[in-house]
Design a protein around this ligand. Sequence first.
Ligand code: SF4
Length: 291
Amino acid sequence: MTTIHLARWWQSENASDVRCFLCPRHCLISPGKTGFCHVRINTNGQLRSIAYGHPVTVNIDPIEKKPLARFMPGTKTFSFGTFGCNLSCVFCQNDSLSRGEYQIRRLPQYVEPEKLVEMALQNDCQSISYTYNEPTVFAEYVIDTAIKATKAGLKNVLVSNGFITLEAAEDLYPHIDAANIDMKGFSEAFYKKLCGATINDVLESIKYFYSLGKHLELTNLVIPGENDAPEMLEAWLDWVETNLDKNVPLHFSAYHPAYKMQTQRTPPETIIKIRDRAIERGFKTVLNGNI
Ligand code: SF4
């Protein structure tokens, strides 16, 4: 019999349903069903995390690959992810994980948090990165691993879409030392149409993480014709300048056709132009990716 980890951030509703408060979707989940992210299941009126203890991809990466440009450069980070995501981006660059699903009767090997820390140390990593798919959906596993990693002298890195409730962020973010959070396109219409989400929740998460004094970097995947308009870029830079500061490293990445969106690649000159404009406006660290 497989034991699936009891989740946090939920309450019972209508006798046998559960309401999840981990992300702003607030899924109402019937018995035997999973939420939108496919990794949180109602088992006999309790919400459980299928992803907890079940990483599906593990790698040793340079920290710069997260990407983090100004956090422990030159070090290796022990990186893992599970299945599942709480967004539905049609341009997903990693859909085999984000849209992947566990088979309850054939779960991958259970890996306890202590084992992840041990593997990170054995491989001379100085941090653990919660990455590849969206770590919010396995936040309980992140927290338990991060507590043990911190005790062992490792740092914790979150690579996230930022779509999390403040309630859960207040439990998760204090355990994290550095994060790269995506801002996918600076408009509510973009998030609604292409990600099935709301930008305001993401911006609130970014502001909250920044307010904790943690190391923050931001990534914007630039998609031709969707989020590359100069006025959208200016509005994004205005927001960062007003709500954060110009020392926050900004990454602008080129889009490659993937998943359900098969439009053209982002021309390198578009990305370079955006970087030049951000530098011209006084942003201190501006990087391009995927070109
Ligand atoms: S974390 Fe998953 S189950 Fe919970 S509200 Fe978000 S999408 Fe729904």
